[in-house]
Ligand binder design. Structure first.
Ligand code: G3P
Ligand code: CA
Length: 261
């Protein structure tokens, strides 16, 4: 995932796990991503009411669990309004398919244990909703065995759409590489200024060009493009020498990238 220290083969980054084949951000999706040969697993982190970091994309549990049935009076079912014990009662797999009934919303710690030696790309989702989450996330990541080696080898990074929060996180945990997820085309002046502390800038597929990839590399930044599911788009991104393809289909990206690194 990292450009510093020279180019390596692109990483296959499993978006929310292998999200096309298993319910996103569950341990089943992590296991499938590893079966698919992903180099890195991407996830989204939020916090429960009682302060536990969990792995969930949306602010609300409604789309990816049966929370409406279990707690009909608790709408809009934000994860920050439920305790971990309450979140644990929810089925996070049946919405995707009956074979996944009983999957749970994992804690970040459980997710990290499941990812094991593979790479981790951890996205802090709407961190302003969870005051102080930068300290908590830094503490959780410091529990990763070989944090320094994992960071240096491009096997660990934290990303966010929230630039100011990401900078705060960087100050708290300067040993963890940080990537700015960018919804548009980055302004060159900002890109140049932020290249002093960012490890990577991760743009959406529709916003990258070969010129932008070259510019980021020229500034010493890596770039991981999301969310790339069509093999033709994956190949195009690889032709432009991106550092990682973030995909719901690691099984399609793996043969295009080559052997697992
Ligand atoms: O990794 C980038 C990508 O995950 C950002 O979009 O909404 O899927 O978290 P989203
Ligand atoms: Ca994400």
């Amino acid at each position: 995932m990292s450009a510093r220290g020279g180019r390596r083969p692109a990483a296959v980054v499993a978006h929310r796990g292998s999200a096309a084949g298993a319910p996103e951000n569950t341990l089943a999706a992590v296991r499938l991503a590893l079966e698919h040969g992903a180099d890195v697993v991407e996830t989204d982190v939020r916090r429960t009411r009682d302060g536990v970091l969990v792995v969930l994309h949306d602010e609300s549990l409604a789309r990816t669990t049966d929370v409406r049935e279990v707690f009909p009076e608790r709408g809009p079912w934000c994860v920050r309004d439920l305790t971990l014990e309450e979140v644990r009662r929810l089925d996070a797999g049946s919405w995707f398919g009956p074979a996944f009934a009983g999957e749970r919303v994992p804690t970040l710690r459980e997710w990290m244990d499941a990812v094991g030696d593979a790479g981790m790309l951890v996205e802090a989702k709407q961190p302003h909703l969870y005051p102080g989450i930068e300290h908590q996330l830094a503490a959780e990541l410091r529990a990763v065995p070989g944090l320094h080696e994992a960071s240096a080898a491009g096997r660990l990074a934290v990303q966010s759409f929230d630039r100011d929060w990401l900078h705060r996180f960087h100050e708290v945990a300067p040993d963890v590489p940080v990537a700015l997820v960018h919804p548009g085309v980055p302004d060159d002046e900002l890109l140049t200024a932020d290249s002093t502390w960012l490890a990577a800038l991760n743009p959406a597929l529709g916003n990258i060009t070969r010129e932008l990839v070259d510019r980021m590399h020229g500034l010493g930044l890596a770039t991981n493009v999301w969310t790339v599911n069509d093999p033709r788009d994956i190949q195009r991104a690889l032709d432009w020498s991106v550092d990682g393809v973030i995909t719901d289909h690691p099984e399609l990206a793996r043969p295009l990238v080559g052997a697992r690194r």
